[in-house]
Write a protein of this length. Sequence first.
Length: 247
Amino acid sequence: MSKIEDVEKGFYTWERRENMVNLALKNVSYTYKNAPKPAVSGISYQFEEGRVYAIVGPSGSGKSTLLSLLAGLDLPTDGEVVFDGESLAGLNLDRYRRESISMIFQAFHLFPLLTVMENVCFPMELCGITPKDAKPRAQALLEGVGITKEQMNRFPSKLSGGERQRVAIARSLASSAKIILGDEPTGNLDGANTQNIIDILCSLAHEKGYCVIIVTHDLEVARAADVALRMRDGELREGIVSGEDSK
């Protein structure tokens, strides 16, 4: 049985469309103010639903900048990021970030003064779902990633790192977004917890049709991904990832 078999039961209905391109980079470049060269240089690439992408590269290669562009936190200096056929430059970016993408971070970024249950309910309530309806849906999401009912009433500080990252994944599923962006989501985890997170993210892509894009230094994540992408000097390439790419 999948870890996430019932995660979306009674939540959002969604008809999977095989290999639909819903997020694309079209000749995207980004240059920071007063920088001598672009952090991202002329990238064109299409991301598809149902696949896990790992972007690996040394520090300063442009990975984090690229992720921020995909998340709509910045707009390209040149070119465009396109979501469902529309340029992000013409969209309401607050709504795009709230409803169309979800982020998972290395440091989890859970609200420390909210319980696990309240953390997962929070984004649903932002989207207008009542607390009464949000709670059973949050419970299903948390159970889907292996969080027990007793753990749901704890504060994040009372969970292990692996448990907190699973809560962060459950929270990322609490909106209707089908794109998950991960910023080093296994960076603070040991080997066993890293594998658990990889398994969950792969299940979300392969069984639920999510598009999962992960920026990482972890070669285990890159090897588990459907597509491994290398960044170096602001350029993105598909290909075999080696230890040199993560340095």
